[in-house]
Design a protein around this ligand. Structure first.
Ligand SMILES: Cc1cc2nc3c(=O)[nH]c(=O)nc-3n(C[C@H](O)[C@H](O)[C@H](O)COP(=O)(O)O)c2cc1C
Length: 211
């Protein structure tokens, strides 16, 4: 396979710059609904980038679990590498790529832990096996090659038998308050449409960018 010949001529859609929403979260919701129509299972998968305490970027896929005026919320382990990075530097980026729509969204913002009440509410809505899973793993810690998570899970099943699984305090949500959001729509001849929103005090400025 000669990968240098892999390319698509994007032509599915265009950004209507003159009628674009004034708020990028509203614009995002429109595109997110389109993404759900073509890929309802993983339209919410996105790449979260953080900066380590050695100033090195790091990226991983996460699942977005809520979107509102305050921002974009995901859940994780508060002892994981990403959480340690955020503690040190809460400037983060999210990247969504929806190939079926030839669209990308890039979000820069500031991550903050959500309230314990908010984390509890989402934790309660998770399937029981996911709730137990949050107790099993110290995410991103090194473990022995023959480490058995199953035996820990069995012990936890006994511990919580007949009881509601409590949220471990080391597990919860972050909300990313956006300060810059760029929408990219693939266009023919690489003349892609790009619309960027940047926050200025409490209002959003909109600009078109060259492809
Ligand atoms: C499709 C997909 C969805 C994922 N969703 C999450 C998520 O919502 N939260 C999470 O902590 N990790 C999620 N992960 C795992 C992360 O990519 C990553 O492996 C893990 O969080 C450890 O990252 P860290 O060591 O940088 O903290 C997901 C991975 C994939 C492939």
């Amino acid at each position: 396979m000669d990968i240098k010949n892999l390319r698509l001529n994007y032509q599915k859609s265009a950004i209507d710059f003159s009628n674009a929403e004034d708020n990028p979260v509203q614009f995002f919701l429109n595109w997110f609904n389109d993404a759900l129509e073509v890929n309802k299972d993983e339209a919410n998968a996105c790449v979260l980038s953080t900066i380590s305490d050695e100033n090195k970027p790091d990226s991983r896929v996460i699942l977005l679990k809520a979107i509102n005026e305050s921002g974009f919320t995901f859940f994780t382990n508060y002892t994981s590498s990403k959480a340690i990075h955020i503690e040190n530097n809460n400037n983060v980026a999210l990247n969504f790529y929806w190939p079926e729509l030839e669209r990308q969204v890039r979000i820069s913002g500031v991550a903050q832990k959500i309230s314990a009440k908010g984390s509890d509410a989402y934790f309660k809505s998770r399937p029981r096996e996911s709730q137990l899973g949050a107790w099993v793993s110290e995410q991103s810690n090194v473990v022995e090659l023959n480490h058995s998570f199953e035996s820990i899970l069995n012990d936890l099943e006994k511990k919580f038998d007949g009881k509601e699984v409590e949220r471990p305090l080391h597990w919860g949500g972050y909300c990313i308050a956006p300060n810059k959001v760029e929408f990219w729509q693939g266009r023919p001849s690489r003349l892609h449409d790009r619309l960027v929103y940047e926050i200025d005090g409490n209002k959003w400025n909109k600009k078109r960018l060259a492809p």
